[in-house]
Design a protein around this ligand. Structure first.
Ligand code: NAP
Length: 432
């Protein structure tokens, strides 16, 4: 039986899971692959650290670049994270004719174009199932399962930390800060959770998904991104009252004028499957021409789910190596990717939840609704409630009929200019 040499860059959470799967499931993997995946080296920063998986000390080294280009390594598995250094190591590995597996969404979202180009030029495989939604095989579903279909839109909950926070906020009783601290204590959130709560991590994943769905180049800065930090307890309570659940969604949609790309909190109808995605779980809802709707659900992160995706990629590349067919899978779903126009947010049509913090004075409500009307924003439901016991402010909440985002933003500016809302208004789009 043939041996396939694997060089593991990183032995942290995911790396340790990969080692465990390769050792514990070796017999089953050999049977499925018809070859042995043999770890020939593991690069780490600190040789003395206690690890979550045991490897022979002779395999450890501290020079990822040397390991990535070493003879006897067929597949380089990049699990160190980060952008520039990971890019340099992966490019060096590609230049040395190594096949690549990575779990690094930031690397692909920022430097994907350079890596795909280099891999295609060399005819090597570059697989990245674990980079989006950890253990959920969404890349394979889009690239292979739906290869004959035409994806019209995807809507995903692709960041477990945000979903944990919005789910806990919806239950009430704790503040954003308290829930974030719990997420960090439980190991769901990074020590620096900025990328998670700001929507940046979800944007990295959406860039990869949209490229696969629409066969187009996606620039990260073309994605409209909003985080969940400004959502208040009252927004969650009002969502519930009106039959919604607030979720941070990553959305991409094919339109006549181009594609729509956005990551932001949204009011999701309670009847939707996405409304029921709990805690740190991820889900991607796909609407496609032939299949119709389909949903992919599961663990979006964690040691073993993520490692499972990484090892599946190793097995698939192993098959390609055995069949002398590496480099045969188009990396970007089609070889020449046109850049498609991204439709600006101002052209978006949606229903909106708008919350204003106003003084409890006669006439304020009338002025607010007049300004909204002047900007063609018509109100479907209007309610008000005290903001908090210790303030004189009241929250005015308007649910609108469908409106154009540019009109809504212009109305909010006019309301700000008129000094009507004493705090920045809250705008949450209603998913439909
Ligand atoms: N954790 C998840 O649930 C998850 C899910 C999906 C995708 N991912 C992605 O998977 C990748 C790995 O994540 P992780 O959670 O396993 O990270 P991690 O626990 O921080 O592990 C990173 C590993 O890389 C090693 N490393 C970092 N820089 C290095 C350098 N310059 N030279 C040598 N070794 C270096 C570290 O060595 P030391 O241990 O010696 O410090 C560590 O073993 C990231 O791209 C992440 O975004 C993670």
């Amino acid at each position: 039986m043939r041996d396939i040499g694997v060089g593991l860059l990183g032995l942290g959470n995911v790396g340790a899971g990969v080692v465990r799967l390769l050792y514990e499931n070796a017999t089953a993997i050999e049977a499925r692959l018809g070859a042995r995946l043999v770890i020939r080296g593991v690069a780490v920063r600190d040789l003395q650290k206690t690890r979550l998986a045991e490897v022979d000390a002779s395999l450890l080294c501290t020079d990822p670049m040397e390991l990535a280009t070493r003879d006897g390594i067929d597949i380089v598995c990049e699990l160190i994270g980060g952008e520039e250094f990971a890019r340099d190591v992966v490019l060096a590995a590609i230049a040395a004719n190594k096949q690549i597996v990575t779990a690094n969404k930031a690397l692909l979202a920022v430097h994907g174009e350079a890596l795909y180009t280099a891999a295609e030029a060399k005819g090597v495989d570059l697989y990245y199932e674990a980079a989006v939604c950890g253990g959920i095989p969404i890349i394979r579903a889009l690239r292979e399962g739906l290869a004959s279909d035409r994806v019209e839109s995807i809507t995903g909950i692709v960041n477990g930390t945000s979903n944990f926070i919005t789910s806990a906020m919806a239950s009430g009783g704790s503040s954003f800060e308290e829930i974030l601290a719990t997420a960090q204590r439980e190991g769901y959130a990074e020590a620096d959770p900025t990328l998670d709560v700001s929507g940046g991590d979800a944007a990295h994943k959406l860039a990869i998904l949209a490229m696969l769905c629409f066969g187009t180049r996606v620039q990260l800065d073309a994605i409209h991104v909003e985080g969940i930090e400004t959502l208040a307890e009252i927004d969650y309570a009002m969502a519930k009252k009106h039959g919604y659940v607030i979720k941070s969604l990553a959305m991409a949609k094919r339109l006549d004028a181009g594609i729509e790309l956005r990551v932001h909190p949204a009011m999701v109808p309670q009847s939707w499957l996405l409304a029921d995605v709990p805690d740190t779980k991820n889900a991607v809802y796909v609407d496609s021409y032939a299949l119709g709707s389909s949903m992919y659900y599961g663990a979006g992160a964690g040691m073993m789910p993520t490692a499972m995706s990484v090892v599946s990629d190793l097995i698939e590349i192993g098959r390609n190596i055995c069949a002398n067919a590496t480099g045969s899978m188009p990396l970007r779903s089609q070889r020449q990717l046109p850049a498609t126009a991204v439709v600006p947010m101002s052209a978006l049509r949606s229903h909106y939840y708008l919350r204003f913090s106003v003084e409890d004075r006669p006439g304020t409500l009338g002025k607010l609704t007049t300004i909204l009307g002047e900007h063609r924003v018509s109100i479907a439901n209007l309610s008000q409630r005290p903001m908090a016991e210790d303030t004189e402010l009241i929250a005015v909440v308007a649910l609108t009929h469908e409106a154009i985002e540019g009109d809504v933003q212009a109305a909010l500016s006019s309301i700000a200019d008129a000094g009507l809302s004493l705090a920045p208004p809250q705008l949450i789009r209603i998913a439909s």
